[in-house]
Design a protein. Structure first.
Length: 489
């Protein structure tokens, strides 16, 4: 063993030369300054510099000179170099210029000895473990490691597999994200509401090169899987043909890019296994399951519902694909069927409703029910003479739609005051029943679609916030109201 402390005496080597030899020593020991190991490498190198007697300032200067610009993808800040040197030299001041170190290239256990000597004192410097000593992670530890996020990670937004866009104004096109890679959505509606036609419209538009209402980031090499669990071969072939006609591409290209599986004749578990196998082997970017309930034995089983929705999340997440599920609503209401419907509603990225217009059965209305992104504007489509879905521009539905109630607290104060002043300019004391139609009228004039209930909510809000005051002691709807001119003063 060569004692470098003795070898370096009497000014035989400068600090820079000592540092260079230590770099060579680290290299010969397969230590490298690389992403994921930079901090440990620097701590070990600085510890060696301290032991052979290189001055603290010289170590810091050499460290930054050689490694500051060799950053890679995980840069180390200049201040961190100084901190590492300062901490090592302070924590191990007693070891400065006290340790022999082997001549670079010579085989010995000195490096191991140096590291083990500090293992109990330093949270960073630890003895290297042999392969036998390295503890294998348990399955749950591996899962936690995989699931753990890092604040330093640069996570890019998922690819938009499809969305809707308003192209009425070519200067300012409004885009609405609907389905992204790594997620699934649900298209719901009652039987024969044309849910499958909407799927046809979306897939055909994605494959088409033409500029349309549907947009997508899919490449021409990306594939699409459609698994139909409800229709027979003839009707499935009709859907496949519609997609081909809407896409405008050749039959050869359609067959290459779109795999259409008719799975109605197979058992529940076989359907699921076929879909899983194609996802894993063919790597489609979009998967359509037209009839998701047919992958479950009992849609009212909480366990089955949870397991199936978890599989959708797992398939979409692990393979970075987008899944479109088509399922039915209850006959008596617009809720998705069973526990399965509830689970999908909770886990889906978006839920889209398709309903036939109440007074025009040739038209179907498409509306967002639940959206993770900004809601798109409802639109309508019909079926043309060729049996293809076509968007109906500027269509106004004749059916009564549910509107979200307006919260008076979300309306700005100057509008409340304007509404009330205009009412009480011509009216004095008004009972609630008489005040209600005036409030409703003024709200509509202000662009707020108000029902009787909305008007009552506003009147109650005005009382609570002292916009209006009671002018007599009567109770109930006969209570007279008058504008409180002192409000806000």
């Amino acid at each position: 063993m060569i004692d470098i402390k003795k070898y370096l005496k009497n000014g035989q080597l400068t600090d820079a030369e000592r540092f260079s030899r230590l770099q060579t020593y680290m290299k010969n020991k397969s230590e490298a300054y690389a992403d994921g190991y930079k901090h440990n490498y620097l701590v070990k190198l600085v510890g060696a510099c301290n032991r052979v007697g290189i001055a603290e300032q010289a170590t810091a200067e050499n460290l930054k000179y050689h490694y500051l610009n060799a950053q890679g993808t995980e840069p180390v800040a200049a201040a961190d170099f100084d901190k590492i040197v300062r901490d090592v030299y302070r924590n191990y001041a007693s070891q400065h210029n006290t340790r022999p170190l082997d001549e670079p290239g010579e085989q010995s256990d000195t490096r191991k000895e140096l590291i083990e000597n500090n293992a109990t004192k330093s949270p960073i410097l630890k003895p290297e473990k042999s392969k036998k000593e390295i503890k294998k992670m348990s399955p749950i530890e591996e899962l936690i490691k995989k699931a753990k996020l890092s604040i330093f990670s640069d996570i890019k937004p998922p690819d938009v597999c499809f969305g809707f866009q308003d192209i009425s104004n070519p200067i300012e096109v409004k885009k609405y994200i609907v389905g992204t890679a790594g997620n699934f959505i649900a298209i719901s509606g009652k039987a024969k509401s044309r849910k499958s036609f909407l799927v046809t419209y979306v897939i055909g538009s994605i494959l088409s090169d033409s500029y349309s209402f549907v947009y997508s980031s899919l490449k021409k090499t990306d594939k699409i899987l459609i698994a139909d669990t409800e229709q027979g071969t003839y009707h499935c072939q009709n859907v496949y043909t519609r997609i081909h006609k809407l896409s405008g591409i050749s039959k050869t290209e359609i067959e290459d890019r779109v795999q259409y599986l008719q799975l109605r004749n197979y058992d529940t578990k076989v359907r699921e296994e076929v879909i899983r196998h194609v996802i894993e082997t063919e790597k489609p970017k979009i998967v359509v399951i037209d009839g998701i309930r047919d992958l479950a034995f009992d849609i009212n089983s909480p366990q089955e519902a949870t397991e199936l929705s978890t599989k959708l999340l797992s398939w979409s997440g692990e393979h970075n694909i987008h899944i479109i599920c088509v399922l039915h609503q209850n006959k008596k209401d617009s809720n998705l069927r069973g526990h399965l419907g509830s689970e999908i509603l909770n886990k889906a990225e978006a839920v889209i409703n398709v309903t036939k217009d109440a007074k025009n059965k040739d038209v179907s209305i498409v509306e967002p029910e639940e959206m993770r992104e900004k809601e798109f504007e409802p639109f309508a489509f019909s079926i043309d003479q060729n049996g293809l879905p076509i968007k109906v521009d500027d269509y106004v539905s004749s059916q009564n739609k549910k509107t979200k109630e307006v919260d008076p607290a979300e309306i700005r104060e100057d509008l409340h005051i304007k509404i009330l002043k205009e009412i009480f300019e011509t009216q004095k004391d008004l009972s609630q029943n008489k005040l209600k139609p005036f409030v409703k009228m003024k709200l509509k004039e202000s662009g707020i679609n108000a029902s009787d209930k909305t008007a009552v909510d506003f009147i109650t809000f005005y009382e609570m916030e002292k916009y209006i005051i009671n002018t007599n002691g009567d109770k109930g709807n006969g209570l007279s109201k008058a504008l409180n001119f002192n409000h806000g003063r």
